[in-house]
Design a binder for this molecule. Structure first.
Ligand code: NI
Length: 176
């Protein structure tokens, strides 16, 4: 019997989903088979959605993990990630988000970062990231803190994007 899960990706156009996307996710206490399974399902959903990153809250799981896959590289899984250093130099990328489909905006972020996280095997690792990988990791880590890329753009641009999803800017929830 085929055993697979198609995870729904939460988008800002649904009030209840937007509320989840604006919440701070909790650390994962035990990295176990369930965590591995969740990460695998997230990788599948990310690839299916043509995304290069996906964070727990985007599939309704308020847990601190995200997945990344850039081009033909193997997917990466970051559990309980923390940025331990950032460069003063910034780089700018036009960002999009599976939770804000069809909308893009330039965002400046530190060009180089060092990140510490745990793997699905429960082992800690540290990586240095630059370029697109650095941006994706920062974008996904933001999701774990209830922050979306539209929080990094001008108010005017944010209102315009919220409008596309019929979200009243006055009703755009605070991070909880
Ligand atoms: Ni995103």
């Amino acid at each position: 019997m085929l055993d697979f899960v198609i995870m729904d990706i939460y988008t800002i156009g649904f009030e209840e989903q937007l509320k989840i996307l604006r919440r701070v996710a909790s650390p994962i206490q035990n990295i176990n088979d369930e965590t591995v399974r969740l990460a695998e399902d997230m990788v599948d959903a990310m690839v299916k959605g043509n995304g290069i990153g996906l964070a727990g809250p985007q599939v309704g799981r308020l847990e601190r993990l995200f997945t990344v896959k850039i081009g033909e590289d193997d997917p990466l899984v970051f559990i309980n990630p923390e940025i331990i250093s950032t460069s003063p130099e910034l780089s700018s990328y036009e960002e999009g988000c599976l939770s804000i489909p069809g909308q893009y905006a330039d965002v400046d972020r530190p060009a180089l970062i060092q990140v510490q996280a745990w793997s699905t095997r429960g082992r800690p690792f540290t990586i240095e990231a630059s370029g697109l990988l650095s941006t994706v990791i920062q974008h996904e880590l933001d999701h774990l803190n209830g922050v979306l890329f539209i929080d990094h753009v001008s108010e005017r641009k944010r209102k315009k994007i919220l409008g596309k999803f019929e979200v009243d800017p006055e009703a755009y929830p605070e991070v909880e």
